[in-house]
Design a protein around this ligand. Structure first.
Ligand code: NOJ
Length: 734
């Protein structure tokens, strides 16, 4: 629609109609022909007459269903403004990819972009217009359940992924293959105090700007059309009512002119946060702060009109928010075609088509991180294998956000292994959860209990079957609902019943390969002590079993690297490689050990560090050669290493460049990732890998709060992971 027509339409709207565009309800308000379900209506507290004025729907899909809803909606709508369909499509739609934390471990933004393209295609033909993705929260605390939705702990890497995903979803705005992207949770939702969901965030402005904001900025710069507010406070003010964050920063500084949507119920939650007294004040605070859409509450719907009519709110806030929503609808072409990509025939053709499933399989083998391998893997197809444990033949492999997955289509570990191996058997071995554990599942409040399986009987059966095996593959992990939203844990070890299974099997003195399924880094010390090999499989999605089998039998040589540190124990959380220098560093301080920054009962280092991951090849590095020791504004330095594959197996090495600023006007991180390169090396092949280092890579929020670099000494590190000590010093002179 031409802009002038859009303005005409906007001018014709009543205040009620404008406010309606700012309300989002879930699909169950609209599914049945004329009857509006009363349960959720009374819970949300929205006036039934206003339901059909609301401008967007949350989490409903399917071409036929969405076309029907759109038809009914347009029939009832005076001004015929189409409905927007938004959904949580996080790590794939029907073809489910590994959870985002797993995707982060690929160190491969191009691959991640393609997962977003496939998800967009499947979602677009199913009638969806917007995804609440990417989630680009920087995370450092494995207790927080939502680390599974994030790409990890690194600023640089998260920016690459943020851009890749927005580009992947939005493409060139083709209705049949793209959807609009909503970056979340703006801002800094990944830093809740003590890793507890929905908790306060308390960060200095410097850390916020240097570390937590860049990934959202990268998504905004890549053109994402929406931003979702986070539940947390920043500087004491919940973001949903935080003008400094939503207007001064997002709109004025970053020039974002798309739609801002609240997180689920976040506007109403300004009341229990204690920054407003009632829902009227909540509506006023949020709309003035710059939050355009109210997700799943009646706060805007029931209050904005009265606020305007009583003179307490300037109508311009409603006008600007409404216009943004209309512009988004126009941009998506909904006025010309309100169904947009929804197409039943295309659904049949594309959803879970062979090509998408094959690609998803490849993503599995590029995201499973080989944490340990005492020369056990890869296995020989003729070995007798027992696959045992609660994930041996479990199709619950997609993680808690894959709400559209068809579990029947998921390839289990056993399915995958028996396709490639000649002698594979399986048994459950143990329940997933300990007898006394209780777990509320996602959203519905049902408690998951033990499946009434008798742990002792399962264990005995496993021990019997294992007698006959050459190698035991033990599948261990968390329940998928122990991570994800509301999935914070104070204990990040495996259930005791699973450790008992592992330890019992260990007494048989047979090689043990442990496969770990989790939505977070777990504390794996006991697993390490009782396994010959460990493969971190995350929740690998619909093609999990095939992708894992590809690694187990050596069809694919693992190449993934940890994008989040694995702590030694929960006591180290939060932990990340890029911590700040302290005055008493444990390794180099001249003080006696007691008076350095360390734990008395465990190491400072994580169990597995950021960037770590093994391969079936063995890579070695030469020293770093710098093209120059002095960097200026006009000349770059090139840092070179030679990487050698010192093995008989072709493999991919992810070469990592880190930089340390030795002296700054403020305390600087001990290392920061600044470059990655993947290099494929044939057996015994060597290749030179080079990185350009330029002044802009050295900028940070200085003491004067300017984002700029400072003259002085720097160290460049190039190596296999964040623990590398392969280094050369250079100086910046501006
Ligand atoms: C709440 C979650 O925090 C957010 O990530 C999600 O997009 C919304 N619910 C909608 O389901």
């Amino acid at each position: 629609m031409e802009q002038t027509k859009l303005v005409e339409l906007f001018n014709s709207l009543t205040l009620d109609e404008k406010i309606g565009q700012l309300v989002q309800l879930s699909g169950n308000f609209f599914e049945s022909n004329d009857v509006i379900p009363t349960g959720p209506v009374s819970k949300v507290g929205i006036d039934e007459n206003k339901v059909y004025q609301s401008g967007s729907i949350l989490n409903t899909s399917g071409a036929k269903q969405l076309k029907d809803i759109q038809d009914r909606y347009l029939e009832k709508s005076d001004k015929k403004i189409p409905m927007l369909f938004m959904a949580d499509i996080i790590n794939g739609f029907k073809t489910v990819f590994p959870i985002s934390l797993g995707l982060g471990c690929s160190f491969d933004p191009e691959m991640v972009k393609k997962t977003a393209q496939i998800a967009a295609k499947e979602a677009a033909v199913s009638g969806i217009h917007v995804t609440f993705s990417p989630m680009v929260d920087l995370v450092r605390d494995a207790r927080w359940g939502r680390v599974m939705e994030s790409n990890g702990e690194d600023v640089y890497l998260n920016c690459l992924y943020a851009k890749a995903m927005v580009e992947g979803y939005q493409g060139d705005n083709d209705p049949s293959s793209s959807i609009a992207s909503c970056v979340k949770h703006f801002a800094a939702y990944g830093a809740p105090v003590a890793g507890r969901e929905y908790n306060t965030v308390e960060l200095s402005e410097r850390t916020l700007r240097d570390q937590y904001l860049p990934s959202y900025k990268a998504a905004v710069d890549a053109g994402c059309k929406l931003v979702m507010t986070s539940f947390n406070t920043i500087n004491g003010i919940p973001v949903t009512g935080n003008k400094e964050i939503l207007r001064d920063l997002l709109r004025d500084e970053w020039e974002f002119n798309g739609v801002v949507i609240s997180d689920h119920s976040a506007i109403k939650e300004l009341i229990p946060h204690g920054v407003v007294e009632d829902s009227k004040a909540a509506a006023k605070l949020a709309i003035e702060a710059g939050c355009d859409i109210d997700m799943m509450t009646s706060t805007y719907s029931n209050n904005l009109k009265e606020l305007v009519e009583s003179g307490q709110l300037d109508k311009k806030f409603i006008d600007e928010a409404c216009m943004r929503v209309l512009e988004l609808k126009n941009d998506l072409g909904l006025f010309e075609n309100p169904y947009r990509g929804a197409d039943e025939e295309a659904e049949k053709k594309y959803i879970m088509c062979d090509e998408f499933r094959q690609f998803a399989r490849e993503t599995v083998s590029k995201t499973c991180v080989l944490l340990k391998n005492n020369s056990i893997l890869p296995l020989n197809k003729n070995q007798k294998l027992l696959v045992v444990g609660p994930y041996a033949n479990n199709n619950n492999l997609s993680g808690s956000w894959s709400i559209n997955v068809d579990p029947e289509k998921v390839i289990t570990v056993y399915d995958g292994l028996k396709k490639q191996g000649n002698h594979v058997s399986h048994t459950n071995g143990s329940p997933l959860l300990d007898e006394d554990s209780k777990l509320d599942t996602f959203g519905y409040g049902k408690t998951v209990k033990n499946d009434n399986e008798d742990a002792q009987t399962l264990l005995e059966e496993a021990m019997n079957q294992a007698q006959d095996a050459d190698v035991i593959i033990v599948t261990l992990g968390e329940h998928p609902h122990q991570s994800g939203e509301g999935g914070a844990r104070g204990d990040i070890t495996l259930p005791k019943v699973q450790i008992e299974l592992l330890k019992s099997l260990r007494t048989l003195n047979k090689p043990i390969v442990s496969l770990i399924f989790s939505g977070r880094p777990l504390a794996l010390k006991e697993v390490d002590e009782n396994s010959d090999a460990i493969l971190q499989c995350w929740f690998p999605g619909t093609e999990g079993g095939d992708g894992i089998a590809d690694i187990i039998f050596g069809k694919v040589n693992p190449s993934a690297r940890l994008s989040m540190s694995f702590p030694y124990s929960v006591g180290q959380c939060p932990i990340s490689y890029n911590e700040f220098s302290t005055g008493r560093p444990a390794k180099t301080s001249t003080h006696s050990k007691r008076f350095t920054s360390r734990y008395t009962d465990m190491p400072n280092d994580p169990y597995y560090c950021f960037g770590y991951g093994l391969s079936y090849s063995n890579f070695t590095y030469s020293n770093i050669q710098l093209s120059d020791n002095t960097l200026t504004l006009n000349n770059k330095i090139t840092a070179r290493v030679t990487v050698t594959n010192d093995s008989e197996i072709e493999g991919t090495e992810t070469v990592q460049l880190y930089i340390r600023d030795l002296v700054g006007s403020v305390v600087r991180p001990v290392k920061e990732l600044k470059g990655i390169q993947k290099v494929l090396l044939k057996p015994h092949e060597s290749k030179e890998v080079s990185f350009d280092i330029s002044e802009d890579m050295l900028r940070f929020i200085r003491r004067d709060m300017k984002f700029d670099s400072e003259d002085g000494q720097f160290v460049a590190f190039i190596g296999h992971d964040s623990s590398t000590e392969n280094q050369q010093q250079f100086v910046l002179i501006k």
